[in-house]
Design a protein around this ligand. Structure first.
Ligand SMILES: Cc1cc2nc3c(=O)[nH]c(=O)nc-3n(C[C@H](O)[C@H](O)[C@H](O)COP(=O)(O)OP(=O)(O)OC[C@H]3O[C@@H](n4cnc5c(N)ncnc54)[C@H](O)[C@@H]3O)c2cc1C
Length: 224
């Protein structure tokens, strides 16, 4: 056993991958796992594809629709699993087309993704779509199975931090408040993809790591 005055958890998350032929070849060159301004710039005025039916997929579709010519939202089943409010907004949007019971079978192109083959799993019908970008929003599993139950997590297993854990028993008994990246156990911090609400980007994870170290230094100095 090791004794420590502070611990920083950065075990990340396992992303589910699309099972489409050729997908590996286009990781980072047409297959993306986050839809930020950077990716938005890469596919302005193009047809882009978002795979998934949850809130992340809905938010990505809404965001990308601002700059893309068209967004195809691929839903594996016959209904969406996002919040009603978001679902209504997505369905009402002019340049978002929702394709139910549809999966990507194949991705192809040169150095970058150029086109994909879709299959309607109900009818077996296939069609080709030209697109430079597929956004994979089909879920990520946080690497948190190994943690103590006292470290609070959200419904998907990502670690809660900051004021959202202020009501935890250990903090109720403490004279101070949790710092932004501190978990429900004082002195235990979380940063990066493993943290609930994190942006799931490299730069964000690095930034959070730096912030967590600052929080740890404050704690070790006894000034927090
Ligand atoms: C295919 C793919 C492409 C991506 N492309 C981009 C991109 O282009 N740009 C971008 O900004 N972001 C991208 N991302 C997201 C980016 O990779 C993550 O946001 C970032 O790596 C998060 O950093 P992290 O340190 O929190 O977690 P990770 O980088 O996932 O690191 C977690 C580490 O902890 C280890 N670990 C897990 N469990 C344990 C354990 N119990 N004990 C010890 N070690 C453990 C893991 O093996 C891993 O090494 C991509 C993600 C994927 C999956």
């Amino acid at each position: 056993m090791l004794r420590a005055k502070a611990v920083l958890i950065t075990t990340g998350a396992d992303y589910r991958r699309l099972e489409a032929e050729g997908r590996e070849q286009f990781e980072g060159a047409g297959v993306y796992y986050a839809a930020t301004a950077l990716e938005g710039q890469l596919c302005r005025n193009e047809t882009v594809v978002v795979a998934g039916s949850g809130n992340s997929a809905g938010q990505a579709a809404m965001f990308l629709s601002e700059g893309a010519a068209k967004v195809l939202l691929l839903v594996r089943g016959n209904s969406m699993k996002m919040s009603d409010y978001l679902s209504r907004r997505v369905q009402a949007h002019d340049n978002i087309e929702i394709l139910y019971q549809t999966e990507i079978r194949k991705m192809s192109g040169g150095k970058k993704l150029e086109q994909i083959e879709l299959e309607n799993t109900e009818t077996g019908e296939r069609r080709t779509v030209r697109t430079p970008a597929v956004f994979s929003m089909i879920g990520a599993k946080p690497c948190t199975d190994w943690l103590l139950p006292e470290i609070e997590r959200d419904a998907k297993g990502f670690i809660n931090t900051g004021m959202s854990v202020a009501g935890a028993p250990a903090w109720q008994a403490s004279k101070r408040q949790p710092t932004p990246l501190e978990t429900s156990l004082p002195g235990i911090f979380a940063a990066g993809d493993v943290r609930s609400g994190s942006v799931k980007r490299c730069a964000a994870a690095v930034g959070e790591g730096g912030m967590a170290v600052a929080g740890i230094q404050m704690r070790l100095a006894g000034s927090s």
